[in-house]
Design a protein around this ligand. Structure first.
Ligand code: FE
Length: 256
């Protein structure tokens, strides 16, 4: 299995703090059936900057470390870019690192809002031949309150990735429900761990995929599995016509 979003690189953000942490995370990943993991350290999120060049170097050091420990896990380079105004300029400068050097760029919004210039930037990214992947939209307060903003962004060509832990309710009921609405409306294309450690922010990938299989059937299950593979191979992902999220009608009780 491939996990396309993780904070397994040591000492670069709020994920693994040491090589020992990275090794513990690698062991946990392998236990869940993961053999390939993308390291996506935070970039421009006000606390952490991780430039392309540094990530590539750190990924190769981590791969050597895992090999020395006989751990069958391959780490690929990626980056989780906070939405900001100069993404395009910095892409040109070589500071941005698409997932495994593909056309897919992971974009994170601040947790409580979607910046006003988002649509424009996502459009400009696509004009340059890249595809923005909105990561964990289900954990964004504005999108939670206005789910159809997500519909608009996906309709205009963005992809999205939900967190495995959200699929199985680890971020609470509201986020779990929104995650499933996104899956049902074809508004999300990838499931990944966004693991930061082995305790409070672990993997939950196996549980999430089992849940998807149970709730939506094997076709949806394989679609998500395959999309992770297609992403790292820079191929086009499976995507289905998105639909707006409709508020579920309250069940009527009583005589009617
Ligand atoms: Fe992340």
């Amino acid at each position: 299995m491939i996990d396309v979003h993780s904070h397994i690189l040591p000492g670069v953000d709020d994920g693994a703090q040491s090589e020992a942490d990275s090794i513990a995370m690698a062991k946990a990943a392998i236990e869940e059936g993961i053999d390939t993991i993308v390291a996506t350290p935070h970039h421009k999120n006000l606390r952490y900057d991780n430039y392309r060049e540094d990530i590539v170097k750190n990924v190769s050091i981590l791969n050597e470390l895992l090999e020395a420990h006989n751990l069958p896990l391959t780490v690929l380079p990626g980056q989780e870019v906070r939405m900001y105004g100069e993404i395009l300029e910095d892409l040109e400068k070589g500071e941005i690192l698409p997932i495994n050097d593909s056309k897919y760029i992971f974009i994170e919004f601040p947790s409580d809002s979607v910046p006003q210039y988002t649509e424009q930037i996502l459009y400009d990214i696509q004009l340059e031949g890249y595809t923005p992947v909105i990561v964990h939209p289900e954990r964004n307060r504005e999108l939670l309150q206005n789910p159809n903003k997500m519909y608009q962004l996906i309709r205009k060509g963005a992809l999205s990735q939900v967190t495995a832990a959200s699929v199985v309710g680890k971020f609470g009921k509201k986020i779990e429900q929104f995650t499933h609405q996104l899956i049902e409306a074809n508004l999300t294309h990838l499931i990944a761990s966004d693991a930061h450690n082995t305790t409070t922010r672990g993997f939950h990938v196996r549980d999430a995929f089992e849940t998807v299989k149970k709730m939506y059937g094997v076709e949806t299950y394989y679609m998500f599995l395959e999309n992770s593979q297609l992403l790292i191979e820079n191929m086009n992902l499976n995507r289905f016509e998105p639909s707006p999220i409709r508020k579920k009608k309250k069940k009527r009780f009583g005589l009617f």
